[in-house]
Design a protein around this ligand. Structure first.
Ligand SMILES: Cc1cc2nc3c(=O)[nH]c(=O)nc-3n(C[C@H](O)[C@H](O)[C@H](O)COP(=O)(O)OP(=O)(O)OC[C@H]3O[C@@H](n4cnc5c(N)ncnc54)[C@H](O)[C@@H]3O)c2cc1C
Length: 305
């Protein structure tokens, strides 16, 4: 019987592992199919405190992992594919392994939705981004597209005008889901242009993005649209499928955690990072939540054993 199992090895899971290991809980981290989490594809991380110069996401996550290992965290590969409540805690399946644990920390993240056009993957991290807050500053005096029609897309577009010379919102429908207040704010910004209803059909470039092929959703007309960056802001999918019968999730699948804490609707299960954060989705916050989850799990174990 494990004291605590941590699902996920991004900033949230690995910070939980550091704290749980230092509290002598000997945590077992189930790394998931993307060891290191979302950041590993990021070429430059410039906003993680403590790093004056940019660090690659892969290097940053390697440091997190090494720190957790140093204090005795253990790791196993693969995704958790099933979880059930038992008399003493929880029974999980990960690959061929069946794991029993008293507490479970869920740190499985949320995946930015993709356009699912063939060339998108090729340019991810090289001009295609799912995070304006993270990557906006790399597009000073450059031209960018924001894809989407909800509040996130419109807010991202306004934010990106701080850096970019021109921001074009490309949205596939002829109406926007964003609130009128957000739309009005964007409409009064002279750096923002609109292509509605247009879709992105293809992304082109050599090593980095050089533009996109756009298609008018009504007339079928296509055009090449030169630009330096494409921000995809069409939502996130929290990785909670396997936990939905165990803990309460909101209408978008994010885990509902106690305000100001990490407790979920099931005692002994804690949630941290992007999987319970529909708003900010930043590594430093995920790490902060990871710390909270480990402390909450530690207190829960002290009270129940
Ligand atoms: C391209 C890019 C650049 C970014 N740049 C920045 C930046 O510069 N600064 C910044 O602060 N933030 C940045 N972010 C956002 C940041 O990466 C996330 O906020 C952060 O990684 C969230 O951490 P997390 O631990 O909650 O989840 P994630 O990093 O998503 O990690 C989730 C982990 O859970 C695992 N997992 C998933 N399902 C299962 C399962 N069933 N069982 C076990 N494990 C599972 C995955 O394999 C993964 O290891 C960027 C994101 C992207 C995509």
């Amino acid at each position: 019987m494990e004291k605590t199992v941590i699902a996920g090895s991004g900033p949230a899971g690995l910070t939980a592992a550091i704290y749980a290991a230092r509290a002598d809980l000997s945590p077992l981290v189930v790394e998931g199919s993307v060891p290191g989490g979302q950041l590993i594809v990021s070429v430059d991380v410039e906003n993680y405190p403590g790093f004056v110069e940019a660090i690659t996401g892969a290097e940053l996550m390697q440091k997190f992992r090494a720190q957790a290992e140093r204090f005795g965290a253990r790791f196993t590969q693969g995704d958790i594919t099933s979880v059930e409540k038992t008399a003493g805690g929880f029974r999980l399946t990960a690959g061929d392994a069946v794991i029993e644990t008293k507490t479970l920390i869920i740190a499985t993240g949320a995946e930015a939705r993709r356009l699912t056009i063939p060339t998108e993957k090729e340019f991810y991290g090289r001009g295609v981004s799912g995070c304006a807050t993270c990557d906006g500053a790399f597009y000073r005096n450059k031209e960018v597209i924001v894809v989407g029609g909800g509040n996130t897309a419109v807010e991202d577009a306004v934010f990106l005008t701080r850096f970019a010379s021109r921001v074009t919102i490309v949205h596939r429908r002829d109406y926007l889901r964003a609130t009128p207040a957000e739309v009005n704010r964007a409409r009064s910004n002279t750096k923002i242009e609109w292509l509605i209803p247009w879709t992105v059909e293809e992304i082109y470039g050599s090593r980095f993005v050089e533009g996109a092929v756009l298609k008018n959703a009504e007339t079928g007309e296509t055009r090449r649209f030169p630009c330096d960056g494409i921000f995809v802001a069409i939502g996130h999918d929290p990785k909670t499928e396997v936990f939905r019968d165990l803990v309460e999730v909101d209408e978008n699948g994010f885990i509902v955690a106690a305000p100001g804490g990490t407790a979920t609707s099931t005692p002994g299960v804690f949630a941290c990072g992007d999987v319970r954060d529909p708003v900010y989705k930043q590594a430093v916050l995920a790490a902060g939540h990871g710390c909270m989850a480990a402390l909450d799990a530690q207190r829960y174990l002290e009270k129940t054993s």
